[in-house]
Design a binder for this molecule. Sequence first.
Ligand code: FES
Length: 107
Amino acid sequence: MPKVVYVGGAGQEHAVDATAGESVMAAAVKSGVPGIIGECGGNASCATCHVWVRDEFLHLLGEPGDEEEDLLEMAVSERRDGSRLGCQISVSPELDGLTVDVPPQQP
Ligand code: FES
């Protein structure tokens, strides 16, 4: 099972065993990771699943789609290079160990 690690603002880590095909948002919500809300259920319309993907994993992800890009541009509190919507990242075995930082506040 691919593992996803969510790091909170104070450095607290939550490691979650995700199912292949599950989104980074869904894996967090099912495990009660603080700070990942997923209000729209994964439809790329709320941005409450915003995460900052660590640099070393960015090359493993594709570019954000248009909808994701628009929402990141308009809705997130602090956009960084690694900003992504957790609901748009599908976990795969290749992403085992994926580490993301959770913003202190979601829109
Ligand atoms: S869950 Fe709403 S944009 Fe990701």
